[in-house]
Design a protein around this ligand. Structure first.
Ligand SMILES: [Cu+2]
Length: 159
């Protein structure tokens, strides 16, 4: 005769497949990249293309074992000066691509623990309001990789 606890466990297991079925929040990372950092550079901007599948979601944060801190940032221009501000999150509408790119939104890594060399990969974990966290291995491209906006992030002299 199974104990009450064992019966409870069986019942819980039986529920799992149903819970993992349709409408499970999911976000796809369609592209990711960053640039090699010059010798003493201790910041890097991570660019991504994200797509929420199914329901809308929200990118709420990031972290990396290679950096002391990872923040969501947005570049903007004020009186002709490029600046950045922190974002609480990035909304991901259902079924449409959201592009984090130079001159716009990005994930700012500060306190880099190593130099990022072309061909390296940087591990970044993305967290979402609904979807489970995603670990991304972000390829490091050449330091002079051009950006769609042609921006070089002049505001980048610190966090
Ligand atoms: Cu930034």
């Amino acid at each position: 005769m199974p104990t009450r606890r064992a019966l409870f466990r069986l019942a819980t297991l039986a529920l799992l497949p149903a819970a993992a079925r349709a409408d499970e929040p999911a976000v796809r990372v369609l592209q990711s990249w960053t640039r090699a950092t010059p010798g003493a550079g201790r910041t890097a901007a991570i660019y991504l293309t994200l797509e929420a599948e199914g329901a809308a979601d929200r990118l709420t944060g990031a972290s990396s074992p290679d950096a002391a801190m990872a923040m969501l940032h947005e570049s903007y221009t004020e009186n002709g000066v490029a600046r950045m501000r922190m974002l609480d999150g990035v909304d991901l509408p259902a079924g449409s691509k959201v592009v984090l790119k130079p001159g716009g939104m990005h994930i700012m890594l500060t306190g880099l623990r190593r130099t990022l060399r072309r061909g390296d990969k940087v591990e970044v974990t993305l967290t979402f309001a609904s979807a489970p966290p995603i670990k991304v291995k972000v390829p490091v491209l050449a330091a002079n990789t051009p950006s769609p906006a042609g921006e070089t992030m002049p505001g980048m002299n610190g966090p």
